[in-house]
Design a protein around this ligand. Sequence first.
Ligand SMILES: Cc1cc2nc3c(=O)[nH]c(=O)nc-3n(C[C@H](O)[C@H](O)[C@H](O)COP(=O)(O)OP(=O)(O)OC[C@H]3O[C@@H](n4cnc5c(N)ncnc54)[C@H](O)[C@@H]3O)c2cc1C
Length: 276
Amino acid sequence: MLKKELRWFFPEKPEEIPDILKKEAKVAFHGGGTSILRVKSDAITAMIDLSRLGWNKVRKDGSSVVIGATATFNEVVRSTASTSCSFRMLKDALSRAASNPIRNRITVGGSLADFPPWSDLVATLIALDARVTWLEDGKSEKKCSVAEFIDKKLGKEKNLVREIIVPEKELSFCVKRLARTSFEYGMFNLAVCGVMKDGAIESPVIVVTGTKDRVSRQTEAEAALAGKVLTDEVIRDAAGRVKVDFNADVNFGAEYKASMVGVYLRDALAEIAGRK
Ligand SMILES: Cc1cc2nc3c(=O)[nH]c(=O)nc-3n(C[C@H](O)[C@H](O)[C@H](O)COP(=O)(O)OP(=O)(O)OC[C@H]3O[C@@H](n4cnc5c(N)ncnc54)[C@H](O)[C@@H]3O)c2cc1C
Protein backbone atom coordinates (compact mmCIF):
# COMPACT_ATOMS: atom_id res chain seq x y z
CA MET A 1 0.00 0.00 0.00
CA LEU A 2 1.13 3.55 -0.68
CA LYS A 3 1.45 5.88 2.32
CA LYS A 4 -1.53 8.22 2.77
CA GLU A 5 0.71 11.24 3.37
CA LEU A 6 2.71 10.64 0.18
CA ARG A 7 4.14 13.84 -1.37
CA TRP A 8 3.84 14.25 -5.13
CA PHE A 9 6.18 16.35 -7.27
CA PHE A 10 5.56 17.36 -10.88
CA PRO A 11 8.89 18.74 -12.20
CA GLU A 12 8.82 20.55 -15.54
CA LYS A 13 12.61 20.49 -15.90
CA PRO A 14 15.08 17.74 -14.97
CA GLU A 15 17.12 20.33 -13.00
CA GLU A 16 14.36 20.29 -10.34
CA ILE A 17 14.87 16.59 -9.61
CA PRO A 18 18.23 16.40 -7.69
CA ASP A 19 16.88 18.67 -4.98
CA ILE A 20 13.81 16.49 -4.47
CA LEU A 21 16.01 13.36 -4.33
CA LYS A 22 18.20 14.99 -1.69
CA LYS A 23 15.31 16.07 0.57
CA GLU A 24 13.07 13.00 0.44
CA ALA A 25 13.80 9.72 2.28
CA LYS A 26 12.54 7.33 -0.41
CA VAL A 27 11.43 8.52 -3.79
CA ALA A 28 9.87 6.68 -6.72
CA PHE A 29 9.65 7.99 -10.25
CA HIS A 30 6.15 7.74 -11.67
CA GLY A 31 6.07 6.80 -15.36
CA GLY A 32 2.88 4.98 -16.31
CA GLY A 33 2.27 3.92 -12.69
CA THR A 34 1.36 0.38 -13.75
CA SER A 35 3.83 -1.29 -11.39
CA ILE A 36 4.38 1.19 -8.56
CA LEU A 37 2.29 -0.96 -6.20
CA ARG A 38 4.54 -3.95 -6.86
CA VAL A 39 7.65 -2.16 -5.53
CA LYS A 40 7.62 -2.01 -1.70
CA SER A 41 5.34 0.97 -2.01
CA ASP A 42 4.76 1.43 1.75
CA ALA A 43 8.33 2.73 2.16
CA ILE A 44 7.95 5.44 -0.50
CA THR A 45 7.66 8.95 0.95
CA ALA A 46 7.45 10.89 -2.30
CA MET A 47 6.60 10.36 -5.92
CA ILE A 48 8.14 12.25 -8.81
CA ASP A 49 5.70 12.26 -11.70
CA LEU A 50 7.58 12.49 -15.00
CA SER A 51 4.69 13.50 -17.25
CA ARG A 52 5.45 17.24 -17.34
CA LEU A 53 9.06 16.88 -18.50
CA GLY A 54 7.99 16.63 -22.15
CA TRP A 55 9.96 13.39 -22.52
CA ASN A 56 7.26 11.54 -24.46
CA LYS A 57 8.55 12.45 -27.95
CA VAL A 58 9.58 9.86 -30.51
CA ARG A 59 11.87 11.44 -33.12
CA LYS A 60 14.39 10.62 -35.78
CA ASP A 61 17.94 11.79 -35.15
CA GLY A 62 20.38 11.01 -37.97
CA SER A 63 20.23 7.27 -38.47
CA SER A 64 18.55 6.53 -35.14
CA VAL A 65 15.12 6.82 -33.56
CA VAL A 66 15.19 8.52 -30.17
CA ILE A 67 12.37 7.60 -27.80
CA GLY A 68 11.79 9.74 -24.71
CA ALA A 69 11.39 7.79 -21.45
CA THR A 70 7.77 8.82 -20.88
CA ALA A 71 6.56 7.77 -24.34
CA THR A 72 3.96 5.06 -23.79
CA PHE A 73 4.03 1.73 -25.62
CA ASN A 74 1.11 2.94 -27.75
CA GLU A 75 2.83 6.24 -28.56
CA VAL A 76 5.73 4.21 -29.96
CA VAL A 77 3.41 1.80 -31.81
CA ARG A 78 1.57 4.73 -33.43
CA SER A 79 4.69 6.77 -34.18
CA THR A 80 5.55 7.54 -37.79
CA ALA A 81 9.07 8.76 -36.91
CA SER A 82 10.74 6.03 -38.95
CA THR A 83 9.84 3.30 -41.44
CA SER A 84 13.10 1.37 -40.85
CA CYS A 85 12.87 -2.37 -40.20
CA SER A 86 14.43 -1.99 -36.74
CA PHE A 87 11.78 0.50 -35.62
CA ARG A 88 9.06 -1.70 -37.10
CA MET A 89 10.46 -4.62 -35.09
CA LEU A 90 10.14 -2.59 -31.87
CA LYS A 91 6.61 -1.49 -32.75
CA ASP A 92 5.69 -5.09 -33.48
CA ALA A 93 7.04 -6.23 -30.09
CA LEU A 94 5.28 -3.48 -28.10
CA SER A 95 1.95 -3.89 -29.89
CA ARG A 96 1.61 -7.35 -28.29
CA ALA A 97 2.09 -6.25 -24.68
CA ALA A 98 -0.82 -6.42 -22.24
CA SER A 99 -4.05 -4.80 -23.45
CA ASN A 100 -4.74 -1.55 -25.27
CA PRO A 101 -5.64 0.49 -22.12
CA ILE A 102 -2.46 -0.72 -20.37
CA ARG A 103 -0.32 0.04 -23.46
CA ASN A 104 -1.69 3.59 -23.15
CA ARG A 105 -0.06 3.79 -19.68
CA ILE A 106 3.19 1.76 -19.74
CA THR A 107 6.15 4.04 -20.53
CA VAL A 108 9.35 2.78 -22.16
CA GLY A 109 11.44 4.32 -19.33
CA GLY A 110 9.34 2.68 -16.59
CA SER A 111 9.33 -0.60 -18.47
CA LEU A 112 13.11 -0.63 -18.91
CA ALA A 113 13.74 0.37 -15.27
CA ASP A 114 11.23 -2.21 -14.05
CA PHE A 115 12.20 -4.99 -16.51
CA PRO A 116 9.59 -7.56 -15.43
CA PRO A 117 10.05 -11.19 -16.58
CA TRP A 118 7.15 -10.66 -19.02
CA SER A 119 8.77 -7.60 -20.64
CA ASP A 120 7.87 -7.12 -24.30
CA LEU A 121 10.46 -4.35 -24.57
CA VAL A 122 13.88 -5.54 -23.50
CA ALA A 123 14.58 -8.57 -25.76
CA THR A 124 13.95 -6.47 -28.87
CA LEU A 125 15.99 -3.50 -27.60
CA ILE A 126 18.96 -5.81 -26.95
CA ALA A 127 18.55 -7.57 -30.32
CA LEU A 128 18.64 -4.16 -32.01
CA ASP A 129 21.69 -3.03 -30.02
CA ALA A 130 19.71 -0.06 -28.67
CA ARG A 131 21.31 2.40 -26.25
CA VAL A 132 19.95 4.20 -23.22
CA THR A 133 20.71 7.52 -21.58
CA TRP A 134 19.92 8.10 -17.91
CA LEU A 135 20.53 10.68 -15.22
CA GLU A 136 22.46 9.40 -12.22
CA ASP A 137 21.13 11.06 -9.03
CA GLY A 138 18.89 12.99 -11.40
CA LYS A 139 21.81 15.03 -12.78
CA SER A 140 24.89 13.50 -14.46
CA GLU A 141 24.00 12.01 -17.83
CA LYS A 142 25.22 8.48 -18.60
CA LYS A 143 24.90 6.38 -21.73
CA CYS A 144 25.45 2.72 -22.58
CA SER A 145 23.88 -0.16 -24.46
CA VAL A 146 20.61 -1.53 -23.08
CA ALA A 147 22.38 -4.89 -22.52
CA GLU A 148 25.01 -3.18 -20.33
CA PHE A 149 22.36 -1.14 -18.54
CA ILE A 150 20.52 -4.33 -17.55
CA ASP A 151 23.81 -5.90 -16.35
CA LYS A 152 24.53 -2.91 -14.10
CA LYS A 153 21.36 -3.56 -12.03
CA LEU A 154 21.19 0.12 -11.08
CA GLY A 155 18.81 1.31 -8.34
CA LYS A 156 15.56 2.67 -9.79
CA GLU A 157 15.36 5.36 -7.10
CA LYS A 158 18.41 7.34 -8.21
CA ASN A 159 18.81 6.54 -11.90
CA LEU A 160 16.32 8.23 -14.15
CA VAL A 161 15.99 6.76 -17.64
CA ARG A 162 15.79 9.63 -20.10
CA GLU A 163 15.94 8.27 -23.65
CA ILE A 164 16.24 5.07 -25.61
CA ILE A 165 18.10 5.23 -28.91
CA VAL A 166 17.29 2.64 -31.56
CA PRO A 167 19.62 2.49 -34.57
CA GLU A 168 17.81 2.34 -37.90
CA LYS A 169 18.73 -0.91 -39.63
CA GLU A 170 17.45 -2.82 -42.61
CA LEU A 171 16.96 -6.34 -41.33
CA SER A 172 14.52 -9.23 -41.21
CA PHE A 173 12.95 -9.94 -37.85
CA CYS A 174 10.48 -11.95 -35.85
CA VAL A 175 9.34 -11.45 -32.24
CA LYS A 176 7.43 -14.08 -30.29
CA ARG A 177 6.01 -14.41 -26.78
CA LEU A 178 4.66 -17.45 -24.96
CA ALA A 179 1.26 -16.73 -23.39
CA ARG A 180 -2.04 -18.61 -23.22
CA THR A 181 -4.08 -15.60 -24.31
CA SER A 182 -3.00 -12.48 -26.19
CA PHE A 183 -3.47 -10.12 -23.20
CA GLU A 184 -1.82 -12.39 -20.62
CA TYR A 185 1.69 -11.74 -19.25
CA GLY A 186 4.22 -13.34 -21.62
CA MET A 187 6.17 -16.23 -20.03
CA PHE A 188 9.15 -15.38 -22.22
CA ASN A 189 9.95 -13.09 -25.10
CA LEU A 190 12.03 -14.17 -28.08
CA ALA A 191 13.51 -11.59 -30.46
CA VAL A 192 15.26 -12.77 -33.61
CA CYS A 193 16.78 -10.64 -36.35
CA GLY A 194 19.44 -10.68 -39.05
CA VAL A 195 20.24 -9.42 -42.51
CA MET A 196 19.02 -11.69 -45.33
CA LYS A 197 21.25 -11.89 -48.40
CA ASP A 198 20.61 -14.39 -51.21
CA GLY A 199 18.58 -16.57 -48.81
CA ALA A 200 21.37 -16.63 -46.20
CA ILE A 201 21.19 -14.90 -42.82
CA GLU A 202 24.04 -12.60 -41.82
CA SER A 203 24.72 -11.28 -38.30
CA PRO A 204 21.86 -13.24 -36.69
CA VAL A 205 20.88 -12.19 -33.17
CA ILE A 206 18.69 -14.26 -30.86
CA VAL A 207 17.66 -12.88 -27.45
CA VAL A 208 15.34 -14.46 -24.88
CA THR A 209 14.03 -12.62 -21.79
CA GLY A 210 12.02 -14.01 -18.87
CA THR A 211 14.74 -16.60 -18.19
CA LYS A 212 16.38 -17.39 -14.82
CA ASP A 213 19.15 -14.86 -15.59
CA ARG A 214 16.53 -12.41 -16.94
CA VAL A 215 18.26 -12.23 -20.37
CA SER A 216 19.83 -14.97 -22.44
CA ARG A 217 21.65 -14.35 -25.72
CA GLN A 218 21.74 -17.56 -27.78
CA THR A 219 25.27 -17.27 -29.17
CA GLU A 220 25.64 -20.94 -30.08
CA ALA A 221 22.49 -20.94 -32.16
CA GLU A 222 23.55 -17.62 -33.72
CA ALA A 223 26.93 -19.09 -34.73
CA ALA A 224 25.20 -22.11 -36.29
CA LEU A 225 23.11 -19.79 -38.46
CA ALA A 226 25.62 -17.12 -39.47
CA GLY A 227 26.06 -16.93 -43.24
CA LYS A 228 23.85 -19.98 -43.88
CA VAL A 229 20.83 -20.37 -46.13
CA LEU A 230 17.81 -20.98 -43.88
CA THR A 231 16.98 -24.53 -44.95
CA ASP A 232 14.85 -26.72 -42.68
CA GLU A 233 17.99 -28.59 -41.63
CA VAL A 234 19.90 -25.42 -40.69
CA ILE A 235 16.89 -24.13 -38.74
CA ARG A 236 16.47 -27.45 -36.88
CA ASP A 237 20.17 -27.52 -36.03
CA ALA A 238 20.10 -23.95 -34.65
CA ALA A 239 16.95 -24.62 -32.60
CA GLY A 240 18.63 -27.71 -31.13
CA ARG A 241 21.45 -25.49 -29.82
CA VAL A 242 19.21 -23.31 -27.68
CA LYS A 243 20.46 -23.26 -24.09
CA VAL A 244 18.14 -21.54 -21.70
CA ASP A 245 17.14 -21.92 -18.02
CA PHE A 246 13.77 -20.93 -16.64
CA ASN A 247 12.04 -20.98 -13.28
CA ALA A 248 8.72 -22.81 -13.24
CA ASP A 249 5.65 -20.57 -12.81
CA VAL A 250 1.97 -21.12 -12.03
CA ASN A 251 1.16 -22.05 -15.61
CA PHE A 252 4.25 -23.68 -17.09
CA GLY A 253 7.15 -25.89 -15.99
CA ALA A 254 10.75 -24.76 -16.58
CA GLU A 255 11.44 -27.59 -19.04
CA TYR A 256 8.33 -26.87 -21.05
CA LYS A 257 9.28 -23.20 -21.43
CA ALA A 258 12.83 -24.12 -22.48
CA SER A 259 11.54 -26.52 -25.14
CA MET A 260 9.08 -23.87 -26.38
CA VAL A 261 11.96 -21.47 -27.05
CA GLY A 262 13.29 -24.03 -29.56
CA VAL A 263 9.83 -24.44 -31.13
CA TYR A 264 9.32 -20.67 -31.38
CA LEU A 265 12.82 -20.18 -32.76
CA ARG A 266 12.10 -22.68 -35.54
CA ASP A 267 8.88 -20.80 -36.37
CA ALA A 268 10.61 -17.42 -36.21
CA LEU A 269 13.39 -18.49 -38.58
CA ALA A 270 10.88 -20.07 -41.01
CA GLU A 271 8.98 -16.75 -41.00
CA ILE A 272 12.20 -14.83 -41.63
CA ALA A 273 12.98 -17.20 -44.50
CA GLY A 274 9.52 -16.40 -45.91
CA ARG A 275 8.11 -19.89 -45.51
CA LYS A 276 5.33 -19.07 -43.00
C1 LIG B 1 -2.26 -6.11 -15.93
C2 LIG B 1 -0.89 -5.75 -16.50
C3 LIG B 1 -0.39 -6.48 -17.55
C4 LIG B 1 0.87 -6.16 -18.09
N1 LIG B 1 1.35 -6.89 -19.13
C5 LIG B 1 2.52 -6.55 -19.69
C6 LIG B 1 3.02 -7.25 -20.82
O1 LIG B 1 2.41 -8.18 -21.33
N2 LIG B 1 4.22 -6.86 -21.34
C7 LIG B 1 4.94 -5.82 -20.81
O2 LIG B 1 6.02 -5.51 -21.34
N3 LIG B 1 4.49 -5.14 -19.74
C8 LIG B 1 3.31 -5.47 -19.18
N4 LIG B 1 2.84 -4.77 -18.09
C9 LIG B 1 3.63 -3.63 -17.59
C10 LIG B 1 4.70 -4.05 -16.57
O3 LIG B 1 4.28 -5.05 -15.71
C11 LIG B 1 5.13 -2.83 -15.74
O4 LIG B 1 3.97 -2.43 -15.02
C12 LIG B 1 5.63 -1.68 -16.59
O5 LIG B 1 6.73 -2.10 -17.32
C13 LIG B 1 6.02 -0.48 -15.78
O6 LIG B 1 6.02 0.65 -16.61
P1 LIG B 1 5.43 2.04 -16.09
O7 LIG B 1 5.74 3.09 -17.09
O8 LIG B 1 4.00 1.90 -15.74
O9 LIG B 1 6.32 2.25 -14.82
P2 LIG B 1 5.91 2.73 -13.33
O10 LIG B 1 4.91 1.79 -12.74
O11 LIG B 1 5.59 4.17 -13.34
O12 LIG B 1 7.32 2.50 -12.63
C14 LIG B 1 7.90 1.24 -12.51
C15 LIG B 1 9.21 1.34 -11.74
O13 LIG B 1 10.16 2.04 -12.54
C16 LIG B 1 10.49 3.31 -11.95
N5 LIG B 1 10.50 4.27 -13.08
C17 LIG B 1 9.44 4.74 -13.81
N6 LIG B 1 9.88 5.52 -14.80
C18 LIG B 1 11.24 5.55 -14.70
C19 LIG B 1 12.28 6.20 -15.43
N7 LIG B 1 12.05 6.97 -16.50
N8 LIG B 1 13.56 5.99 -15.03
C20 LIG B 1 13.86 5.20 -13.96
N9 LIG B 1 12.92 4.58 -13.22
C21 LIG B 1 11.63 4.76 -13.59
C22 LIG B 1 9.42 3.58 -10.90
O14 LIG B 1 9.88 4.37 -9.84
C23 LIG B 1 9.09 2.16 -10.45
O15 LIG B 1 10.05 1.69 -9.53
C24 LIG B 1 1.60 -5.07 -17.54
C25 LIG B 1 1.09 -4.34 -16.47
C26 LIG B 1 -0.15 -4.66 -15.95
C27 LIG B 1 -0.69 -3.84 -14.80
